[in-house]
Design a protein around this ligand. Structure first.
Ligand code: MN
Length: 463
């Protein structure tokens, strides 16, 4: 059995005015990177819409490759529909790479061998059973030029093939990788999410091995850092969070000409899923907070899941579970169904209580600071009991972009009823600061103006 450890990092880079990348790391082993495009705030909106729609659709579906594919299609729809609602969003789109742990199927096993991505040395993994519940595969979906790499046994391989004009030229043998990196049309995609009501999405299945390291990234990383440099960094014995930050740092050292976003996922020994080291853990699930109930001397214990705490669940319960609830395990072996019934009822009561507290603790959002970036947290500032706030969205907005007078409120945590309200609060803060700056210096170009001049809507052209 294996489990996944994830770490992520995103950075605006050294040239761009705003960060149009988004990443997603959830406790149920779904990871994604989206690189938005479009003028004004459209790129951000496209990328965020895509990862939110993906997370929502995948959580509601089966843990299957097909479900990840369907969720990506729904993300495409969501961006397309959003683009139609607002003239500012016309023509916006985004790349998407997403990876999720899914059930193994015999049918999928053959598809996995495509392009040599799903191969493993003989005998390193038990044969997958059809429909087995072991979640032993990784499914990857992909549109655009964000990438997924696999670092296996000291070897780096790129699992995805870019949907870009330069990739087509490479495939036709007309240019090589080095020419591609400086080609005038290197920013033009042949496929993107959200520019059409339907899109062709690539699906790749992988049999992961313990020790594998996966990297999901936007082109801001792989355009700056060579495969050799990437492999050299991935070979270091660091945790995924440090590696993600190290990769971002390397991309900035080599120019940082675009936004850089990286999610590193390690396959490690162990069972179940654990919270990512760092990430946008929206709707962290309670799946790891399991209680075991013994049912007999020679039987496997049943697994009972606590009711979800609140609309989208809450994390961290596993560590903080009340000590008493393991007790039924011992007694259930000896005692009558009635007593078992009592404990089940007790668990339900505890579950409902935990759910209520969890709902209160997790039902709101607040805007705070994390390493100088305005960050939207889910939860209450400071946390409630063992429900600690989690990062819902890390924005590219830094403290330098808001008025100093707002910093105190941000340090304390500005509570907002929804993630939408939290975003508007941040938008208002930056607008307010921009306004003040324009009053000070009327000739200074605003970010919006910069974005507007670079805006291209007719084609799928990246800025
Ligand atoms: Mn990019």
């Amino acid at each position: 059995m294996s489990r996944l450890l994830a770490g992520s990092a995103t950075d605006v880079g050294l040239v761009r005015a705003n960060n149009q990348d988004q990443f997603l790391v959830t406790d149920d082993d779904l990871f994604a990177v989206a690189d938005g495009m479009g003028g004004h705030a459209a790129g951000e909106v496209a990328a965020l819409t895509a990862v939110e729609a993906l997370a929502g659709a995948f959580r509601a579906g089966e843990r299957e490759s097909a479900a990840l594919l369907a969720a990506a299609k729904q993300a495409n729809r969501a961006v397309w529909e959003r683009a139609g609602q607002n003239p500012d969003f016309f023509g916006m789109g985004t790349t998407l790479v997403a990876m999720a742990r899914v059930h193994a199927h015999l049918v999928g096993a053959t598809a996995a061998r495509q392009e040599g991505t799903g191969t493993l040395p003989e005998g390193t993994e038990p044969a997958p059973e059809a429909g087995s519940g072991d979640l032993s595969k990784l499914a990857v979906v992909h549109v655009g030029d964000s990438r997924v790499y696999r670092f296996h046994d000291g070897q780096l391989s790129q699992l995805t093939v870019d949907h870009s004009v330069v990739q087509e030229l490479i495939d036709e043998g007309r240019i090589d990788e080095r020419e591609a990196s400086v080609h005038p049309r290197r920013h033009i995609l042949t496929r993107a999410l959200g520019v059409d009501p339907d899109v062709e999405i690539d699906l790749i299945e992988v049999d992961p091995a313990i020790g594998d390291r996966f990297v999901l990234c936007s082109d801001g990383l792989c355009r700056e850092v060579t495969d050799e440099q990437l492999a050299e960094i991935l070979a270091r014995p660091a945790d995924p969070f440090d590696l993600a930050n190290e990769l971002v740092r390397a991309a900035k050292e080599h120019g940082g000409s675009d936004n850089i976003t990286v999610v590193v996922v390690d396959v490690v020994e162990g069972e179940g899923s654990v919270p990512g080291v760092e990430g946008a853990g929206e709707g962290v699930s309670l799946g790891s907070g399991r209680l075991l109930l013994g049912t007999g001397e020679n039987e496997e214990p049943d697994t009972v899941q606590l009711p979800k705490a609140g609309p989208s669940g809450a994390g961290r319960l596993a560590q903080a579970r009340p000590a008493g609830v393991a007790e039924p395990r011992k007694r259930a072996r000896l005692i009558t169904p009635r007593v078992v019934g009592f404990f089940v009822l007790l668990l339900v009561v505890i579950g409902v209580g935990v759910g209520g507290i969890g709902w209160y603790a997790r039902s709101s959002y607040f805007v705070g600071l994390r390493s100088d970036h305005l960050t939207i947290f889910k939860g209450r500032p400071g946390g409630v009991l063992w429900f600690k706030p989690t990062v819902a969205q890390r924005t590219g907005v830094t403290v330098a972009e808001v008025l100093p007078s707002r910093l105190q409120a941000l340090r304390a945590g500005q509570t907002e009823p929804s993630i939408g309200a939290a975003r508007s609060y941040i938008r208002n803060l930056t607008a307010e600061a921009n306004q003040a700056r324009r009053v000070d210096n009327p000739s200074a170009p605003t970010k919006t103006a910069l974005a507007a001049t670079a805006r291209v809507t007719a084609d799928v052209i990246r800025r």
